[in-house]
Design a protein around this ligand. Structure first.
Ligand code: P6P
Length: 332
């Protein structure tokens, strides 16, 4: 059977998904193309003098890498002329990016983390781009407040993972599908339909070095995992921690698992480590579309009402039974 390109997939999906209008198709194709460009820049790495610090900090107070800035610029440049967007928000930009007046405005808002896990770039470990698409208000002026929509309002979400292969994972609210980049053509082709996360798992992902800072429910939950078959869980668990949310989430979407970045004594003042609009919400929707759950421990991430563009949140997502167990422990 001939390979299904992303372009063909989106037009075939348009026949069954009313949400997928021509503007959204153009938006998604532009995101995918920007990801191809980001992947190519990553692949050049040291040869193109692209590794290392950019010499400035982002709004998070994190030192930006040259590739953070390049990835952000590629995504901005891909959309500013297309006529499908009203505004963009990025981890790498303090404020909302509203389109220049001379540019045509569209019906969508795009929030993205252009290069997630960028601290891993200089050591050649997988990183990614995360994106979330929301509807823009039906008026000319757009403000940051228009971005502050619940995760359930997303119309599309996904990520690119720049690993041994470059893959692009997408949900439009009808399941999760996977595309793999044909580097010789610079095009994505459908390689897996309908990812499903098993309800049970024996694999978890958390940064154990923060253990002494966790809240009691997370301390207790992880202690049970570590006790293995001799403990109340009656089975041994495996642990993975890449340090790139995209890589850790892609693993659990592909083979199951649980990912946690809880609030802890170190991050409580900031509200957590991971950002709600362009990390937690898109990943939460993907995971729930694949049959998993996504929670702060106290409430479902997709139900949260965002209060600020760069708001942070606790994240526990993946295998349904494990997230339910964590929520029970947070209630006790
Ligand atoms: P730590 C990358 O900087 C990131 O935002 C996520 O991609 C990743 O899951 C997390 O931070 C890693 O955090 O504390 O392990 O470095």
């Amino acid at each position: 059977m001939s390979q299904i390109s992303l372009a063909r997939y989106l037009r075939e999906q348009q026949r069954v998904l009313p949400v997928l209008d021509d503007a959204l198709i153009r938006l998604l194709e532009q995101v995918a193309q920007a990801c191809v460009g980001i992947g190519q820049a990553l692949g050049q790495g040291a040869l193109a003098g692209l590794l290392g610090a950019a010499g400035q900090d982002n709004v998070q107070g994190e030192a930006q890498k040259k590739l953070d800035v390049l990835a952000n610029d590629l995504l901005i440049d891909a959309h500013v002329w297309g006529g499908h967007l009203a505004a963009m928000a990025s981890e790498e930009m303090d404020d909302l990016y509203t389109l220049p007046d001379e540019m045509p405005r569209g019906d969508y808002l795009l929030a993205f983390d252009p290069l997630d896990g960028s601290s891993n770039i200089d050591v050649n470990v997988s990183v990614g781009t995360i994106f979330s698409v929301l509807r823009a208000p039906q008026r000319q002026a757009v403000s940051a407040a228009d971005m502050l929509q619940t995760g359930r309002a997303q119309v599309a979400a996904g990520y690119a993972i720049y690993g041994p292969s470059t893959q692009w994972v997408l949900t439009l609210g009808a399941g999760v599908d996977v595309f793999t980049l044909d580097r010789s053509l610079g095009q994505f082709f459908l390689t897996e339909r309908g990812l499903r996360i098993p309800e049970q798992t024996q694999e978890f992902a958390i940064n154990m070095s923060n253990q002494r800072f966790w809240e009691a429910p997370v301390q207790r939950y992880v202690a049970e995992l570590l006790a293995g078959r001799e403990g109340v869980r009656g089975k041994d668990f495996n642990m993975r921690w890449v340090g790139s949310m995209v890589a850790d989430v892609h693993r659990l979407l592909t083979r199951g698992g649980l990912f946690m970045y809880p609030i802890d004594a170190k991050t409580r003042a900031k509200g957590g480590r991971l950002r709600l609009l362009y990390e937690a919400n898109p990943m939460a929707w993907l995971v729930e579309q694949a049959g998993g759950l996504a929670s702060t421990g106290y409430e479902r991430i997709l139900d949260l009402s965002p209060q600020a563009l760069h708001q942070r949140v606790a994240v526990m997502l993946g295998a349904r039974e494990e997230v339910l167990r964590l929520e029970d422990m947070h209630r006790d």
